[in-house]
Every structure is written in structure tokens, then in C-alpha cells.
Design a binder for this molecule. Sequence first.
Ligand code: ADP
Ligand code: MG
Length: 477
Amino acid sequence: MAGDWEIVIGLEVHAQITVKAKLFSGAATAFGAQPNAQVSLVDAGMPGMLPVLNGAVVRHAVRTGLALGAVINLHSVFARKNYFYPDMPQGYQISQYELPIVGEGELTIELADGGTRTVGIERLHLEQDAGKSLHDQHPNKSYIDLNRSGVALMEIVSKPDMRSAAEAAAYVTKLRAILRTIGSCDGNMQEGSLRCDANVSVRRPGASLGLRCEIKNLNSIRFMRDAIEYEAARQIAVIEAGGKVAQETRLYDPDSGETRSMRSKEDEQDYRYFSDPDLLPLNLDQSYVDELRDTLPELPDARKQRFMADHGLSSYDSSLLVADRETADYFEAVADGRDAKLAANWVISEMPAQLNRTGNALACSPVAADALGGLIDLIADGTISNSIAKDVLSDMFDSGKPAAAIVKERGLEQVSDSGALEAAVAKVMTDNPERVADYRAGNNKLLGWFMGQIMQASQGKANPQLVNQLLREKLAG
Ligand code: ADP
Ligand code: MG
């Protein structure tokens, strides 16, 4: 709500399906290949080529539909959507129109106030991606890279059920977690495997839907939020100034933080859709769908509930852990037989920091779950402190050695011997009589300073709980 306006948002998400070949050809789809290295004659739109449907793509689309609790249409049809793009040599995109493979479903999002909202899914259909025009390679020529041409996409269309940029962000986050969990899309927005078009309109609460603008190709959740907020404010300003919102397609410019008009919105008839005569209708058996339903992995919502119930984790931490299957599996392996909250903290904060530093993905982390578990065991039994453990983890990433070996080699064991600690406390107190007097006169904040001195002198190895306890005793006089 902005003043007495309500923002209405519907999202179209384009998700690249994780398969090695394209939707209708055997060409490869790996990211980062040389331009035009992955283009078959079908993808190049050569006359007389025939598309052949990739069965793995169909499997992923059905599994995704099932994960969204959606209707699976046993009969669906591929249609030609006719339009011209220089990087789309066929002159049409093969998509699905009246009869998509997946019909209505729903997705539950968590709201900031702890509540939930169910967002309707309108449909999920299969379509080809287009190639890419490169305008920055030559001063007065554009180049074309067809590697993406014909790559299999799922377009997942929501109902206009979201009411704020934050809800839209929660929707994309949840959708991405589901796609990653079932493995139908890697969800990588930077590489363009997940892109989002945001439809935004505004209305007085209770009024019928306003005219929408569609902001194309948002490739990060933050850009999407900013674009929606800017666009809603722009529309409100237009209407409040007595104008009318034009239904159009707009582009978001992250540098200026503004959306600008790209073209007036095409009508459906502009595309002259018709069923593709090169492709038979897609007919699925119910038994095929049932088998895919039976073999779906545990979905993020269910897994999250289980993490909260079995491990006593917060809703927030659980959501982070179930964002993809690897992280959730990794966490479960680390938490097995250990303090789950400690395990969650390390998986959520320290691991990503190290993975980031060393440029690794969790799936190929040099520190496997049992190795991190070994480190956590050393914290739990008091061998090392939490802050020393961070340093040990970094060392584990660099050296590949187990935590215990590093602690031993570098002599990092925590000092919990009360004799040694008492001596350290006594020394700091003798060296700093005026601070002791100050503390005793009521300056309690100095406790932190004393702690700092002892931790520093021990190179972080003194057991902080014991030091704290001893200091309080001795300083009390
Ligand atoms: P198009 O092909 O025109 O993009 P789609 O059916 O693919 O149409 O997608 C329409 C999207 O716009 C859906 O996500 C839908 O929820 C959303 N939408 C429709 N009407 C409105 C509206 N008034 N305000 C905001 N979003 C809307
Ligand atoms: Mg659309």
C-alpha cells in the first residue's frame, strides 16, 4: 500500500531447464561456451529442419508442475508465436499457448509479519529461448550469438496475487528454492537461467484491476524489487496528476533506478499463434505422471517444517537452509548427532563466506559435511573457541587438512586450565591498577577491556567463558 493505493503484481518467470540438450535439438547448452559453438541446424532456423522434442525437458516440466501442486495436462500442444527478432532465425518461437503442459497451481510465500499468502499459478508452459544480439563488440556492427537459441525454458506465470515488492521477492525466492530442490533449473539469475518479467498495476483498494505495465528481463531479485517500487510510484504519480497509465512493455535501468518505455504492449493477435505443424500434440500417460509424483524429493516447505520441528531451528534459519537441496542435505549431514543450532550457524554463515572467498560451490566444497562436523565437535567439547574455529575453517579450505590436525599442528587448543588463566588475570590486574580501581568504582564496561587483553595475550586461545567468570570474581575484589 502506498497511501490509499494498492499495488498489484503478477510475475512471469522464465526458468532454463537443467538439461544437456536443447528443447528440440541435440546441441549443447553449457554456460560460457564460445559464441555460436552450440548451434544445430534446427537452432539456426535452417529451412526444412525438423524439431524433435527432448524427453528430459518434458519430465522436468511435469515434475515442476507437480511440485507447484498444479494440474498436469495430459494433452498439450506446441504453438508458433510469430515475431521478428534478429537473434531468432526461425522467425517464430515455438511455445505453448491455449494448451500448456501445466495448468493452475499455487505457491505459498512467507510474509515479513510471520503470516503466509498463497499465490496462484496460472500455468507453466514450455518454450524456446532466443539467441543474443551483441552490440558492444564492434563500433558499428551488431553480432549475433545463437548459443541460447532453442534452449528449453519453462515460463511460469503467476496470477496477479502479490501486493508488494517484498511479496514478489518472496515468491521468486520460494520458486527458486523449489526449482533447485527438484533440480529442474539451477536458479542462477546472474547467468540468466532464471529471469523474471514483472507486471505491475495500481488501484484503489477494492476497485477492479488497473492497467498493467510489464517490466522485462529482471535478472536479480534486488533489481526486481527496485523496479516494482519505482514503477508503482510512477503509475500513482501519473494517475494522481489526472493522466492514464498506458499498457506497455518497459525496461528497468539499474543505473538510474528507473523504468522506461520500450514498446506498446502487443496484443495476442499480433503473434498469430497457430499449432506447430512440425510437432505432434504431446500426450502423456497418467502412469508416467504418477511415477514422477511418487519420486519427487521432499519439497522446501515440508523440509522447513521438519527442520523447525526436529531441530528446533527458527523459521528464518530453516528457510535459508532449504533454499536448495545441496545446502539442506549438507546441513542434515553436519547436524546428524550434533547440536543442530551450532551446525545451522556454521552452514548459514561461515561456510558461504569461505566458499565465496575460495570461489567454490557447496556441491564441490573442499570441506565436506563430515569435515565441518569434525570442526564443530572441537567447539562442542571445548577444545577450541568459536573464534579460533573460524580461523581453522579457513585453514581447512586452504590446506584440505582435517580440523583436529590443524589445531594440533598450530597449537590452537583452548586454554581451560584455571591455574594458567588465573595467572593471566592476575597479571593484567597488576599491570593496570588504575583500571582495576576504575572498575571497582563502578565502571562495569571495563570488563570487556580486560577480556580483550587476556584474549589477545593468549592469541585467542583462552576459554572466554572461564576468563569472564574469573575476571568477575577477581575484579570484585
Ligand atoms: P502476456 O503474454 O501479455 O505477458 P501472460 O498471460 O503471459 O500475458 O502474463 C500476464 C501476467 O500479468 C500474469 O502474471 C498476470 O498475473 C499478470 N497480470 C494480469 N493483469 C494484471 C494487472 N492488472 N496487474 C498486474 N499484473 C497483472
Ligand atoms: Mg507472457
